[in-house]
Design a protein around this ligand. Structure first.
Ligand SMILES: NC(=O)c1ccc[n+]([C@@H]2O[C@H](COP(=O)([O-])OP(=O)(O)OC[C@H]3O[C@@H](n4cnc5c(N)ncnc54)[C@H](OP(=O)(O)O)[C@@H]3O)[C@@H](O)[C@H]2O)c1
Length: 262
């Protein structure tokens, strides 16, 4: 299927962190747009289920590969998996978010946040962007969070990693736009995903969106970077937290929200 989206970002998209939640929603939204997919995550059986679901509703080609995005040789693994593919879109969605005060988590756990949420997207973009630049077209989307705009107690390292994605994405957006590659950072508020359900004690926070809505909004915002905040309530929150309130007040509001995470 050749659509304007496939001409601009196709024929292949790689989604890193695609076995459930938002990553699986990205896979469904991209398949519906006619994109062939390489889906990455650790749990092979869940990836196979996503692939099976897509085979019922679409005719796109879907490959899956079980891999840990925190692994030291990620660049080599990605090069091997994409050697015979024309990858026009790269979405880094995976994240690790251990909950609790920094001092309650081991140094190894905190460093794993850096491996999955910081090193992972950096290696991912650095590895997949050159072919897009050579072709003069393509897109890279990094998943970030409203938590990335200020300090957030009980998810301090995760929030800092999401700040890295915002700033990295903004810089890449400026560097790669002239080469025809659209870079976008999607700064989501709460999303209804298995990961969010596992960590939220109180259920949906205000402004919580379905994963399919966040995926669509993000894909529709490619080319309108460097950042997007899906959802009107979340845009309002971003305005108050990031622009109107003093930083100390914004951190205090984040503390109220994150106390319900476990
Ligand atoms: N959910 C929210 O409320 C929310 C809010 C703001 C921002 N976000 C951001 O949106 C993105 C998706 O959120 P989500 O709730 O869908 O996340 P999630 O439920 O935790 O799912 C993350 C996906 O990444 C994969 N993954 C995690 N660690 C991996 C690793 N080391 N190697 C390979 N794959 C890995 C998981 O699959 P495997 O376990 O099979 O590897 C899964 O498919 C994240 O970047 C998150 O920070 C989410």
């Amino acid at each position: 299927m050749s659509t304007p989206f496939v001409s601009r970002y196709g024929p292949w998209a790689v989604v890193a962190g695609a076995s459930e939640g938002l990553g699986a929603a990205f896979a469904e939204a991209l398949a519906a747009r006619g994109m062939n997919l390489l889906l990455l995550a650790r749990r092979a059986e869940l990836l196979a289920e996503v692939k099976e679901r897509l085979s019922v509703t679409t005719t796109v080609e879907v490959r899956t590969a079980a891999c840990d995005l925190a692994q030291a040789d990620l660049a080599v693994v990605l090069e091997g998996l994409t050697r015979d593919l024309e990858v026009g879109l790269a979405i880094y969605n995976a994240a690790y978010a251990p909950i609790g005060p920094v001092l309650s988590r081991s140094t190894d756990e905190l460093l794993r946040v850096i491996d999955v949420n910081v090193r992972g997207p950096l290696v991912f973009a650095r590895t997949l962007a050159p072919a897009m630049v050579a072709r003069g077209r393509g897109g890279i989307a990094l998943m970030s969070s409203l938590a990335g705009f200020q300090g957030a107690p009980r998810i301090a390292t995760y929030a800092a990693s999401k700040a890295f994605n915002i700033v990295l994405g903004e810089g890449l957006w400026s560097e790669l736009s002239p080469a025809g590659v659209d870079v976008l950072v999607s700064c989501a508020g709460a999303i209804r995903t298995p990961g969010y359900a596992r960590s939220s004690i109180k259920g949906d926070a205000p402004g919580t969106l379905d994963a399919s809505v966040v995926a669509e909004k993000t894909l529709n915002s490619l080319g309108r970077g460097p950042t997007v905040v899906p959802g009107a309530t979340n845009q309002l929150a971003r305005f108050f937290l990031g622009r109107l309130l003093p930083r100390r007040a914004a951190i205090a509001i984040m503390a109220k929200n994150t106390k319900d995470l476990s």
